[in-house]
Write a protein that binds this ligand. Sequence first.
Ligand SMILES: Cc1ncc(COP(=O)(O)O)c(C=O)c1O
Length: 1023
Amino acid sequence: MLLESSVADPVGAEEATRLARDLYGLNVTAKLLPGEYDDNFHLTAADGAHFVLKVMHPARERAFIDLQCQALQHLAKHAETVVLPRVVPTQRGELQTEITAADGTQRLLWLLTFVPGTVLAKVRPHSDELLRSLGGLLGAIDSGLQNFSHPAAQRKLKWDLSAAGWIKEHLNEIADSSRRLLVEKFLALYDSEIVPALGRFRRSVIYGDANDYNVLVSDPWPLPRKAVSLIDFGDMHYGIIVSEVAIAAAYATLGKKDVLCAATSVVAGYHEVFPLQEVEIAALYNLIGMRLAVSVTNSAHRKTIKADDAYVTVSEAPAWEALERLAKIHLRFAHYSFRQACGFTAVPQHEKLQRWLEKNGRDAASLFDADLHTAPSIVLDLSVGSEFLGANPHESETAALTRKIPAPMEEAQVSIAIGRYDEPRLLYNSPLFGADASSLEERRTIHVGMDLFADPGTSIHAPLDGIIHTLANNAAPLDYGPLVILQHDAGDAGAFFTLYGHLDEEWLARLKIGQCIARGEKFARIGTSEENGGWPPHLHFQIILDLLDLDANFPGVAYASQRAVWTNLSPDPNLLISIPDNRFPKPDPTVQETLTARRELLGKNLSISYEKPLKIVRGWMQHLYDETAHAYLDFYNNVPLVGHSHPRVVQAVQKQIALLNTNTRYVHDVVNHYVQRLTQHLPAPLRVCFFVNSGSEANELALRLARTHTGLEDIIVLEHAYHGNTSALIDISPYKFDGPGGSGRKPWVHVASLPDDYRGKYRRDDPQAGTKYAAHVGEILDAMRKQQGHAPAAYIAETLPSVGGQIVFPPNYLEEVYACVRAAGGLCIADEVQVGFGRLGTHFWGFETQHVIPDIVVLGKPIGNGFPLAAVITTREIARSFDNGMEFFSTFGGNPVACAAGLAVLKVVEEENLQKHALRVGNYLKKSLLSLQERLPIIGDVRGSGLFLGVDLVLDPVTRSAATAQAAYVVNRLRECGVLTGTDGPFNNVLKLRPPLIISERDADIFTEALRAVLAEDSAQPM
Ligand SMILES: Cc1ncc(COP(=O)(O)O)c(C=O)c1O
């Protein structure tokens, strides 16, 4: 019987149970495992032990099983850190035995311990870390197998990558001709590059089949998840070691958009544990492609035998897709990426050429008539965090740049300005550079040449002798325009290239490919904006060590995720220009350096978001950008109410601070004007305003007002409330005084139940819930009066508790609470720091949703769109009481600049109709989230209003127990996907959505889609 054909009458579970008892003395239940040829069973013994019983296909040979048994026993000693299945001998001490199955066939049988885990194919997501750990696991196994040998390992196997040429005979079985060509491409490369090099690759017994159904991964928790074990040692063979990692990398590419990144992670992990040699790394790209090619050809072949083989059609599609993606990557670029990941210089000739350039670059001729080494020049900051450019992308558009760049040059009286090499930039907003501006996908941002801004018509000279290799006019907007690539001979170090972009057309027309250009010879001129791709006139100069067959399309701007490889391919052009180093500012600290310095310089308990902290250097509207110009959609920060760096707010602040900024001891019209405009949004009698600098100061002042007015001290607060960071506010914030480091409740503080109608005592199905929660405040008042003879100075609450978990009060709650607090002689303070200013969509303020008018309203966070400003607004009567002889003064509070900021914010909110916008987009977002909730039981509740929403994640929709760990996971994964959120609530399980009010429906879709994808991942599932 051929191995390819299945056994007609397989062994059943009952027979397996009997065999386990008779041969191993085990009392088990048996469950058939999926498999192609052999009959495998998962056995569960009475004592809870688990095994795998393998009843082999009749065509299997004894030696083949012995190979696996011996290898596993060897690895138990030589790869102790790896948890692999162990061979369990029969009662007679045999590692394998032979039986006659019920159908009369002779079958070999053996027993292994069962290793728990999820197969990689079923794991979501395949993080870089996980794939790296897979590489590491294989590295440990191969390292352990180095001194293992077995005669049966010398096998003829279709999966042996040192003998993959067999697919040649079956190419005609691939029906689609373009796909056949794809396989032929890898096959040709295999024949020309791999076959002749086979003798140079190390060989040993290898595992040989790290496909995604053979790799076991640890549980979703604790994180990080790791590849922990392997099953099915049936493809072990004596082969080329590098094929081990190539096979695993090939499977890692399945279903991935970025196949190179997935493969690189596996390679890096393997190399870390069991170092690869350079010659092996050079073979990886082709071997990975070959494994996929063998796989798809095998499928095509099997289809000729059994046309409707479901097993084949399912596994075939992702392999074709991966092969197509892989084929689009230049083999040498892949090679350089693998080298880089393994700690080698990405481009093998880099070091030699770098030394050559260092030595000969000093004698290079100047690119311009002026000697660039001595001519005065300035360095422009065109980076993502450039103050020169600012946040507004319109200011970085080419027309604006063309207007802008001459100013600093004139000021410094120079005719040359330099745009830096290896600079992350946000200038490249065309599809040429990857994703569009509003997308969160990575786009090309790292400038790998050097720009020399000078007048159009400026002559360009060759720095070294060279031959014209490429002439082109890349006329698309933002492309190179007319360009020349010269090839240079660096002797023993080989050849390299220099690229000159944004030239003039007239001179380009005079040049010929193959023409020699002598060192110092004038061969081109800087083009005008009209002809150079639309850019300000400049020369883009770049050194290229390997053109990767891209010629005129060689990128001048690279993906940040591939930065190390591209900067190795294109070293610093200053090696040939020699602008003095002291003209360049010091490079910015890396995220890690900034983080380390922050930890040294600032208090350690200053909180920081995300497991991988972000270094944000620019903000524009709903987007934030990190130091590599990676965009993040900000769904978290409610401070930039009208958008990060809103130009009207920026301008208002700039204008006012350029004129006057002083304290409130002088009268100023902007301040009065602002108060008038602000109080127009508030109901009478809330007409008197005090300005301070932060929400904390404002709440602190609110307490003082209440206490002075009432002559009382006690304060009633809500469970889990937070009102600020001063001593008094910590005392009235259960979130702090009952939290880590807190020192408990002070006697003058009384904590009322949080009216949470989702998880609290009274829920949405109870129409009296508001009244019942309010009654608790009444009980507190009674107890105060009876036990202490006290009445409250104030009841303070956020009008929709945000820190409490984006809570919406049930109807009537505040109305009834305010009534009973006032009846007891206390004031009612509304903390609107988080929710005010139209965010709720339906109302401008949170208190309006509860049909109450507070005695004191506290405003902060969004009031100045990030400019330090906060306000306390109260009645004339309360303000009069406070005016008791003690002067009130805040040095910075409500200064003209702060008020200019506040005024600009109000104008934008009003004139751009942002409250209405928040309602529309908020409703849209909430609807999408509610429909997600219908499909995903982890979403227990979606609540809130406008763009103040909470997504309550639960382990069980019935018990509503909080999915705290999952929420933390979701927030960190969303950050990795480019969406910023946070969690809050007593259990930190509520996703807090408070984006700037200007987000669009498209942003809402981006968020919902990202959330949907992350919630489908394993670690986001209830445990
Ligand atoms: C509800 C509430 N009140 C007051 C504050 C204190 O504001 P600030 O941090 O501006 O002092 C905060 C801050 O998070 C808050 O959330």
